[in-house]
Design a protein around this ligand. Sequence first.
Ligand SMILES: [Fe+2]
Ligand SMILES: [Fe+2]
Length: 482
Amino acid sequence: MDKFLSTTYKLRRRRFKQRVTSVAPYKAALLAGFVLLVASCVSSLALYYSSLSAAYDGMRAELRHTAAMAATVVDADRHKDFILPAQESTPEYRRAIAPLQAMLIASSDMKFIYTCVLRNNKVFFVLDPTPAGDADGDGVDDKSHIMEEYPEAPPPMLRALRTGIVGADTKVYPDRWGSFMSGYAPIRDSHGHCVGIVGVDMNATQYTDNLSHLRRAVWAGLGVALLMSLAVTICVYTYQRNALIAGAERLASAEALRKAHEELRQTNNELEERVSLRTAELLVAYNATIEGWSRALEMRDHETEGHCRRVTELTLRMGQALGMGEDQLNTLRHGALLHDIGKMGIPDEILLKPGALTEAEWVVMRLHPEYAVQMLQPIEFLEPALDIPRYHHEKWDGTGYPRGLSGEEIPLAARLFAFVDVWDALRSDRPYRRAWAHDRVCAHIRGLAGTHFDPTLTEIFLRVVEETQDESEGWDDLPLAA
Ligand SMILES: [Fe+2]
Ligand SMILES: [Fe+2]
């Protein structure tokens, strides 16, 4: 299972690699660069807006907290008593603004702190610890006086006055002295009723400075992302191009290898054809040689003229009847053609003697199988065909020569050739007798089954003889070797 998973993983990795390396380099590079750039932009903008929101929320929370603290130092029950600007010179007014003034002095970020009330949907100042006069040089009295209308009250302020809920500005108000945001908290009397609000104007310069730093950081991040995208684009393009080049080189190598293999295969085929041709030529030469020897024997031994052709054909028919293959039949052909080649070593006075041989002459004549072996054994090609020349005079009962083999000790080729040789000799004229009739020869051979001949082959041979009787008369005209 582990091996299967490992193989599957390797296959998938290879397919993925093939898919990746098959993309055009410029496309892959542009895609990679674009993806990285978009991812960087999205993450930078997300970080920017997240930080912006956190800073904004922090600023508003601080404003609400400061305003709420300031509201606790205002005496709500007396606050409603201040309704005329003239009251600003009274000790009550000074006592009322004192806590607010203390908070204003204590906080470096606080620019103004004041109280307001809502009358007929208009906002009016009540308490303001700011000293009267134009200290900031804007041509306007810095101090807001009792029942002086607040111009253009912002919605958070109006909401705080109407609902008594602590609030803060939703945006920064810039002026020539800086940027400001305000927080608002209700002033509640002893009954819990909202009788006004405390407004606190805080310096938002730090907040806006932080926002500027944040924007610069975001732009710097986007610039770095752009450079990184460019670098990735170049790297991917280079990698893809190199992968393509390497792939092309591999293909070229594979093609060269294929061509070399094809050339090698063609050369091998040509060599095989040449070898086959030479082998065929060699076989023709061997057969021609065998035919030459056979003719030479026939020319010397006139008594056996045509004998080689006939016994060769009849032997082949016997081989076919026994179901022999082509190689065995070729061996039979060579053996039959050369069966008496040993007679080349028998002196003329014995071989060509018109009368019967003496016992001494038979001794010499019976040497012809051994002579055949001596002639043919050095020829490796004819080694398998030696059985017939060597053993064709052996007999089933062991009374034959040269070895006196019996039964199945005698090679099959020699056993079946013995029928053919005797058959053709008896069917041919000799100086000392006429050729025997067909039926007489058949009876003679049948009578020698078990003594001269293999009894199990006898009937097969006689059947073959019957089957080939009509065509055997033309065998004298056949070529010796096929
Ligand atoms: Fe012989
Ligand atoms: Fe013979």
